[in-house]
Design a protein around this ligand. Structure first.
Ligand SMILES: [Zn+2]
Length: 123
C-alpha cells in the first residue's frame, strides 16, 4: 500500500477513534473520561493497553468500557493504527497478501482478507 493510501486510512481511523472517544466521554464520568483522553493524546498507538488494567475504580470502568461493542471497536482501531505505524497495515497475516482496498474501505480495522477470515472463523 502506498503512503497516500496509508495516510487516508490513518485519517479514517483517527476520525473514528475521536468519535468513539466522544462516546466514551458520555459513557463515563467526566473526570475519568478526561484522564483517558489525556492518555490517548500522549501516545496514540498504545494508549489503551489491557495489560495495564488494574483494580482501582478508574481501571475497572475502563475495563467495563472495553467489554462493550464500542470499546472493542476502539481497541481494534488502536491496533490498526499500530499496524499503520509499523508498516503491516493492509497485509493479511495468514496469506501475506495485500487486503483489497475496497475491503479496507468497508472495514478499516480488518486484519485479514475475506477468504482467510472465513477460514479462521470456521476453525
Ligand atoms: Zn489472507
Amino acid at each position: 500500500m502506498n503512503k497516500r493510501e496509508l495516510a487516508k486510512f490513518k485519517k479514517i481511523l483517527l476520525e473514528k477513534r475521536d468519535e468513539l472517544l466522544a462516546d466514551l466521554d458520555q459513557f463515563k464520568e467526566r473526570e475519568v473520561a478526561s484522564k483517558l483522553k489525556d492518555k490517548a493524546d500522549e501516545n496514540s498507538a498504545y494508549s489503551f493497553h489491557m495489560a495495564d488494567v488494574g483494580t482501582d475504580n478508574m481501571e475497572r470502568e475502563k475495563a467495563f468500557f472495553f467489554a462493550t461493542r464500542e470499546g472493542k471497536y476502539l481497541a481494534h482501531i488502536e491496533q490498526a493504527l499500530e499496524r499503520i505505524d509499523d508498516g503491516t497495515y493492509g497485509i493479511c497475516p495468514d496469506c501475506n497478501e495485500q487486503i483489497p482496498t475496497p475491503r479496507l474501505e468497508a472495514v478499516p480495522t480488518a486484519t485479514r482478507c475475506v477468504p482467510c477470515k472465513e477460514k479462521a472463523e470456521k476453525n
